[in-house]
Design a binder for this molecule. Structure first.
Ligand SMILES: Cc1cc2nc3c(=O)[nH]c(=O)nc-3n(C[C@H](O)[C@H](O)[C@H](O)COP(=O)(O)OP(=O)(O)OC[C@H]3O[C@@H](n4cnc5c(N)ncnc54)[C@H](O)[C@@H]3O)c2cc1C
Length: 167
């Protein structure tokens, strides 16, 4: 990463420019198994690991996570029962767990090396893939309306995997 940044500076003619600030931002792509300490602390958003694998989308999930955790915290305060804090994670995972799991599998499979990444990019040129992805992205749930589109995508995926598709 450092040499890539140095090269970028060089290409842009900024080799001798002063560096004002260095920043790093690792993105947590897996919900942590526990968000609260069982007493009086509970984390949300990036701190809870709710950034979607494959896409890196974390803003919507941070906000939804915050809403659910604040309701759980409200219950904990109202009842004096800190076990209520766990409800935040439970409700979030019930709503989004499957999407996170699927995106995690996709990331594991397609991001393993450059060759697979290129194939993935090729698959994303497909109109069915773009439409279903857009619907899932906008509605925050898996698009199921068009089963034939899923079949077409499956067949195209297989063609890419087996090297039968045109590149
Ligand atoms: C380069 C990059 C690009 C991204 N692009 C996208 C995108 O296109 N779409 C998308 O959905 N998501 C994107 N994300 C992810 C998204 O930004 C995060 O998932 C989301 O902002 C998480 O929200 P958060 O409230 O949990 O954390 P943050 O937004 O990081 O908020 C945490 C806040 O706490 C403050 N803070 C930290 N320590 C302390 C302290 N001790 N005292 C007081 N304040 C403190 C920080 O300054 C910060 O303002 C991107 C992330 C990165 C790094």
């Amino acid at each position: 990463m450092r040499s890539a940044t140095a090269r970028l500076r060089e290409i842009a003619g900024l080799t001798h420019a002063a560096t004002l600030r260095r920043e790093g931002a690792p993105i947590p792509l897996k919900p942590l198994p526990q968000w609260d300490n069982g007493r009086d602390v509970v984390v949300i958003g990036d701190a809870a690991g709710v950034v979607a694998p494959s896409s890196g989308e974390g803003i919507y999930y941070a906000m939804d996570c915050a809403r659910r955790v604040s309701q759980a915290a409200h219950q904990a305060l109202k009842t004096g029962n800190s076990a209520c804090l766990k409800q935040g994670r439970k409700s979030f995972m019930k709503q989004h767990g499957r999407v996170f799991w699927i995106l995690g599998v996709m990331q594991y499979f397609w991001y393993q090396n450059d060759k697979r990444r290129e194939k993935f990019v090729k698959i994303c040129e497909d109109r069915d893939v773009q439409r279903l992805t857009f619907e899932s992205y906008m509605n925050k749930e898996l698009a199921r309306k068009d089963p034939m589109a899923h079949v077409r995508i499956f067949l195209k995926d297989m063609a890419h995997l087996l090297g039968l598709a045109r590149t």
